[in-house]
Design a protein around this ligand. Structure first.
Ligand code: ADP
Ligand code: ZN
Length: 301
């Protein structure tokens, strides 16, 4: 089966060809400029390969709720050229194949569930801490949308008493993204996060916020595992700091076999940063399956 995958990001569009075994056979990266400039380049790549279905994991906010008027649109994104853009419609029309669509982080959690360390789990989450912070939620065996999709990178946190940084989010002073994203670290400490590896206070504070968020995610989503990915999580020293603070904050309130060993509960991604693109392949497979099921139903079979 020849499947297309598109990891649509604010800075680059990663387009790939793969199969249902989760093998990526070819990929290209195209800068995210505007639909007028970027779409033709992506379409030309996918058209060359004659794909049977396409899966898109997209920066947002988006509307992934089928049956609503703006399904398939990128909605209120700060990337102005893409605001209210019907990305699913554009691909469907040009390629004539089924198109699956979800958030970038829902694609990432789906990638881990389908091909990575969360295989077999019916409830788990994927948190990315990068330029922004986002959470993909897989619960009861499916991706969570609700009225739109979770925006759990913007949950409000208790500020550390010694932290005077105002926060990077233009909407909230003290949300997780505003306090702990890569750009927030950079603005607070005056240097790029990747250059601060040996500054223990940087990562103690970062862990303080990520641990609070993880406790909230456990309490609200009840995931059986939490994966932490994104550029900032390349600082591996964060994991033990987060687990320690998580344990203190949770204070033995929730007691389950999963939480007995936090080394297995709060973990790094397992697919070498390919979780997003592999999740997009799975979105393509699911879209094709749904399309075939509808066609059979239509024929009365
Ligand atoms: P994006 O979120 O844009 O898709 P990333 O997940 O790579 O991309 O996140 C980029 C952010 O992560 C930047 O703010 C950058 O400073 C930070 N970052 C990237 N690599 C590292 C690293 N090794 N250590 C700490 N921070 C990093
Ligand atoms: Zn916010």
């Amino acid at each position: 089966m020849v499947l297309g995958a598109l990891e649509a990001g604010g800075t680059k569009m990663v387009c790939a060809i793969g199969n249902e075994q989760g093998q990526v056979l070819e990929r290209v990266s195209i800068p995210t400029v505007s639909p007028e400039e970027t779409m033709p380049q992506m379409l030309s790549f996918f058209k060359q390969h004659n794909i049977e279905a396409l899966g898109i994991g997209c920066f947002g906010p988006i509307n992934p709720v089928e049956g609503t008027a703006t399904y398939g649109y990128i909605t209120t994104t700060p990337k102005l050229a893409w605001q209210n853009y019907n990305i699913v419609g554009a691909f469907q029309e040009a390629l004539g194949c089924p198109v699956g669509f979800d958030t970038d982080v829902n694609a990432a959690v789906l990638g881990e569930v389908s091909f990575g360390s969360m295989q077999g789990l019916d409830s788990c989450i994927y948190v990315t801490v990068g330029t922004g912070v986002g959470v993909g939620v897989f619960t009861g065996g499916r991706l969570l949308h609700g009225m739109m999709h979770p925006e759990a990178g913007h949950i409000l946190l208790q500020r550390h008493p010694a932290d005077t940084y105002k926060g990077k989010c233009p909407f909230h002073g003290n949300c997780l993204e505003g306090l702990a994203s890569g750009p927030a670290i950079e603005e607070r400490w005056g240097a790029k996060a990747e250059t601060l590896g040996d500054r223990r206070e940087v990562w103690e504070l970062e862990a303080y916020y990520i641990a609070q968020a993880c406790v909230n995610y456990t309490l609200v989503y009840s995931p059986k595992r939490i994966i932490l990915g994104g550029g900032v999580m390349h600082q591996e020293q964060l994991f033990p700091l987060i687990r320690r603070q998580y344990q203190e904050l949770m204070a033995d309130y929730v007691i389950t076999p999963e939480l007995e060993n936090l080394n297995r509960y709060i973990i790094p991604c397992s697919l070498h940063d390919d979780q997003g693109i592999l999740g997009c392949l799975k979105l393509a497979m699911d879209a094709l399956e749904k399309f075939l099921a509808r066609a059979l139903q239509h024929l009365g079979l």
